[in-house]
Design a protein around this ligand. Structure first.
Ligand SMILES: C[S@@+](CC[C@H](N)C(=O)[O-])C[C@H]1O[C@@H](n2cnc3c(N)ncnc32)[C@H](O)[C@@H]1O
Length: 442
């Protein structure tokens, strides 16, 4: 059994981040909301140093990234009857540290034991926690060797991806989700110059991929608003709209504004719409740093009343399964019910977008989802409902020559293992779908 907090001041110091990680994992799973939202809500009261907060976040992220592997390892080392969720979550964050983080095993074990001892419902489980986590540490190699990629994907997603992409591609997707995403930047101008100044790699699509991890706010160009963080795949849909100076463009689901910034930087007059006033505030702050100006409107896009636009970007709310590398909590907090509600909303938003477009105008519909229901099928159904629109196929030259990322019908479909070649700095991209439509007439 681990020593008490009083006897062990060094691990006592590590309790704060573990307590926060435990609470965040529990609340995220209980409420089925994004980990980032729970972290933002709970971290002020934890009052941790930036370093400890970063440790808490790292524990949470890796717990969700490998929750299947961790759950399996724990189930095999626990009595079948063990169902107390708080206990299981405490064990999960302990096992996550032992198996996947560069944390001494004793620190992971002892902090978990001390957290249990401080909890009136779990204080009698300290011996069990100590024994199970020590066993996980002893048997680490066997646990990791037996952890095949599908373990960390729930069955419903595995079935969907195999049906949509076939066994091989689906397995590569699951494997890609085990790695962390790289940090990519979009620049207002001079991508090559900024890549050099930041020591990054200029990707064929025009984004910059950072090579060294560093606090974003401390990098050259942050204060002057020369660039913003945006995944390389997420940077493609706004470009497909081919925004021109002076064109009136509506960005119907705009916050926090990565794509709005691209449209404004191209010189378009942008109306940025978002249902969430709070998220729109973040957009306004982000664009102020970038010294870009747009009009904003906090309203559900379905209710927007406006003169027709030259172009519309609809980056619709979706399951976000394309962002699992960045947000592995998505895997465990979203379900098929969410997908049904989201696809219905996406169809409504597409219909509204169609009604707001001038004849001859372009509409780009995109989602950061791997699910055909939110991508390919949504685009096909839109064309059936709107015979006045045609698909404008995407050319490889528009996306840095990445012809593998274009479907037979000419839509964009990126997968997390794309742009992850032999070059060690090519660390994959978000899974994105985009279709481009033009309204007939002029
Ligand atoms: C995928 S995010 C948009 C990301 C953004 N385009 C970017 O590149 O930074 C989807 C956004 O849609 C907003 N949203 C959800 N339902 C909406 C609706 N009915 N009308 C307008 N915005 C909505 C959400 O608040 C969220 O900010």
């Amino acid at each position: 059994m681990g020593l008490s907090a009083v006897d062990q001041p060094d691990t006592q110091a590590g309790l704060g981040p573990r307590r926060l990680a435990w609470d965040v994992v529990s609340e995220t799973l209980k409420r089925r909301v994004p980990l980032d939202d729970v972290m933002d809500e709970l971290s002020p009261a934890a009052n941790l140093s930036p370093r400890d907060e970063a440790l808490a976040r790292a524990i949470c992220v890796v717990t969700f990234r490998r929750l299947g592997t961790i759950g399996n390892a724990l189930r095999e080392r626990l009595n079948k009857g063990q169902r107390d969720e708080r206990l299981l979550h405490l064990l999960a964050i302990g096992a996550a540290q032992i198996l996947f983080l560069d944390v001494p095993d004793h620190a992971a074990v002892d902090t978990a034991v001390q957290l249990a001892q401080g909890d009136y419902k779990l204080k009698h489980a300290d011996g069990l926690i100590n024994a199970v986590l020590r066993r996980v540490a002893r048997e680490r190699d066997a646990i990791l060797k037996g952890a095949e990629p599908w373990l960390d994907t729930p069955d419903w997603l595995e079935d969907r991806w195999i049906a949509q992409y076939g066994e091989d591609v689906a397995k590569r997707i699951a494997e890609a989700h085990r790695s962390t995403a790289s940090v990519d930047l979009s620049v207002k101008k001079d991508a090559a110059g900024w890549a050099e100044r930041l020591g990054g790699v200029l990707l064929p699509t025009g984004s910059i991929r950072l090579v060294e991890r560093a606090p974003i706010r401390e990098l050259a160009g942050y204060d002057e608003g020369a660039w913003w963080v945006q995944d390389a795949a997420a940077a493609l849909p706004a470009r497909l709209l081919k925004p021109q100076p002076g064109q009136r463009i509506a960005d119907l689901c705009a916050a926090p504004g990565g794509k709005t910034a691209q449209l404004a930087a191209a010189g378009a007059e942008v109306l940025a719409v978002d249902r969430s006033a709070k998220r729109l505030e973040r957009l306004t702050e982000n664009l102020a740093r970038l010294k870009l100006s747009v009009e904003t409107r906090a309203i559900a896009a379905e209710k927007l009343d406006a003169e027709p636009f030259d172009g519309i970007l609809l980056d619709a709310p979706c399951s976000a399964t394309g962002t699992i590398r960045r947000h592995p909590d998505v895997t465990w907090t979203k379900g098929e019910d969410d997908l049904r509600k989201l696809t219905a909303l996406q169809s409504r938003l597409l219909d509204k977008a169609a009604s707001l477009l001038k004849p001859g105008g372009r509409l780009v519909y995109c989602t950061c989802s791997l699910e055909a229901d939110e991508g390919e099928k949504q685009a096909d159904a839109f064309l059936i409902r709107h015979p006045g629109f045609v698909r404008e196929p995407i050319e490889p030259s528009e996306i840095g020559g990445l012809s593998d990322c274009i479907t037979q019908k000419g839509d964009l479909r990126t997968l997390p293992f794309h742009l992850d070649g032999a070059d060690q700095h090519r660390g994959g991209v978000d899974g994105f779908f985009a279709a481009r439509f033009v309204r007939s007439g002029s």
